[in-house]
Design a protein around this ligand. Structure first.
Ligand SMILES: *Cc1c(COP(=O)(O)O)cnc(C)c1O
Length: 487
């Protein structure tokens, strides 16, 4: 094999090898797409047994390596586009996103400096400018593409922390954390994403720095409790460095009262970050855009495009209202963003990102917007929200099912209700229903908790899924439950 050049280049031999490898891979994908089963239903043990690395002295060659990936990876992958694959905020992807990946991967541009990604840097900046406009921010380019919501939330919390200390004349960047850190708090609702906790731990402030505000019956941040807890914090001598509001909680799809929270944050001079990883999709909605009113008041915003924007993983963004805050994380590396470059107006995105080497994921959204246009993008986003409402109405008509909460975005929380008031028994039964459905390979239904009791969740992102498909799924939930009850 060693006389074969493995690198992608313009040589005739490399181009032929590239075309062969891509053709073989896409043909395998086409077969996989047609697979009827959502999942071939192998257990953890079976997959561990089956899968092993074959790193040989001479190498297997591209063809054999691809064949092995098809056999050991592709065949036992979850069909994310399958109508019964509705467990998570995990979307089927746009065809155009696949085409974008081909371009992104083959060109292998890196977004850290302009000389590694000239046209890509300009496209990303223009897309950030466009996203800011959608949010309702002033014109500008403060923001960056990220690996997803977790990283965008980290950027929001980090800049909030650093701005908080900067107001007291202290540079976190230069001197690190200081003072009585046990007094520093971040507020979010008890339904906020766990990355708030994880990020606060990462930032040296720990889980204990997170004050959880109560959620109301619809999983939205309870304003009265927010006011109480702000007053309590003040009385305790605590300082609140940020309030994280959520636009689209992971389970219920709840959107916190953004404008009211913003007013309180402004009154107390607290940074407001909005985690719109899921609900941000409504920026493109025709019917539900007003759910996001108040988003423009946030100091920073998290958006995720690998959720209800239907882009392949990874694709997210972070937007910063006031560009001056970016100074708090500026780092100059002579070889990436030198003084000379900055004076000459060369944009090096490394100074806006936590990452250095970074994928050109912005191209996926760019091409998606151009390919689908406003009307179709709105349709595929609105479809899920409308479908969730229809499914909820149907669930209400089913005597053995209990609707846990009226849907707000594209998810439906419900339970199978046997004739039993034993909550532990109901919880276990619903957990087992989810497990059995996945093990059988027929469906992937979310299993989560509402008010501390296990329930099932349908996350209806897929715009090709209709009410009839969901009825089929609910029938298998029922059949599975009855089997389990018999056994
Ligand atoms: C998915 C999600 C996140 C995490 O985003 P990743 O892209 O998975 O890192 C954060 N917040 C909310 C509300 C989410 O739904």
């Amino acid at each position: 094999m060693s006389d074969v050049n493995p690198i992608l280049s313009g040589s005739a031999q490399s181009i032929a090898a590239y075309q062969d490898a891509i053709k073989q891979s896409t043909q395998a994908v086409v077969e996989w797409l047609k697979q009827p089963e959502m999942y071939q239903g192998k257990t953890v043990e079976q997959l561990r047994e089956r899968i092993s690395l074959n790193f040989t002295s001479q190498g297997l060659g591209n063809q054999a390596a691809i064949e092995r990936a098809v056999e050991y990876f592709l065949k036992d992958s979850l069909l994310v586009h399958h109508a019964q694959c509705v467990a998570h905020l995990h979307c089927p992807s746009l065809v155009i996103s696949q085409a974008a990946e081909v371009l992104i991967n083959a060109t292998n541009q890196s977004m850290d400096s302009w000389d590694q990604s000239p046209s890509a840097t300009i496209i990303e900046i223009k897309l950030i400018e466009w996203l800011r406009e959608q949010v309702g921010y002033a014109a500008g380019d403060a923001g960056v593409f990220t690996s997803g919501g977790t990283q965008s939330n980290l950027m929001g919390l980090m800049l909030a922390r650093d701005a908080f200390f900067a107001r007291q004349g202290h540079s976190i960047q230069q001197d690190g954390l200081t003072g009585d850190l046990s007094k520093i708090k971040v507020f979010c609702s008890e339904s906020a994403h766990f990355s708030v906790q994880k990020n606060m731990a990462l930032m040296g402030l720990g889980y204990r720095s997170v004050t959880q505000v109560k959620a109301d019956a619809f999983s939205r941040m309870d304003l009265a409790d927010l006011k109480d807890k702000l007053a309590q914090a003040k009385a305790n001598g605590e300082q609140v460095m940020a309030i994280v509001a959520t636009a689209g909680t992971t389970d219920a799809g709840a959107i916190d009262p953004l404008a009211d929270i913003a007013a309180l944050a402004a009154e107390h001079q607290i940074w407001m970050h909005v985690d719109a990883a899921w609900g941000g999709a409504l920026l493109l909605s025709e019917k539900y855009r007003d759910f996001l009113n108040g988003l423009e008041l946030a100091d920073s915003v998290t958006l995720d495009f690998h959720k209800q924007f239907f882009q392949t993983i990874s694709c997210g963004a972070f937007l910063l209202k006031d560009a001056r805050h970016y100074e708090l994380m500026r780092y100059q590396a002579a070889y990436l963003n030198s003084d000379f470059d900055e004076e000459a107006g060369v944009p090096n995105l490394v100074s806006k990102s936590l990452q250095t080497t970074r994928r050109f994921d912005a191209l996926k959204l760019w091409m998606g917007l151009e390919a689908l246009g406003k009307k179709q993008y709105a349709e595929i986003i609105d479809n899920g929200v409308t479908l969730a409402r229809d499914v909820a109405e149907f669930v209400k008509t089913q005597p053995h099912l209990e609707l846990v909460m009226e849907p707000q975005l594209a998810s439906v929380l419900f339970r199978f209700r046997p004739q039993s008031d034993d909550i532990a028994f109901v919880a276990l039964l619903n957990q087992r229903i989810g497990d059995v459905l996945l093990a059988s390979g027929s469906a992937n239904v979310g299993v989560t908790e509402a008010d501390g009791v296990t329930c099932l969740k349908l996350t209806l992102l897929n715009p090709t899924v209709c009410l009839e498909d969901v009825k089929v799924l609910l029938a298998s939930v029922k059949a599975t439950a009855e089997q389990l009850l018999k056994a």
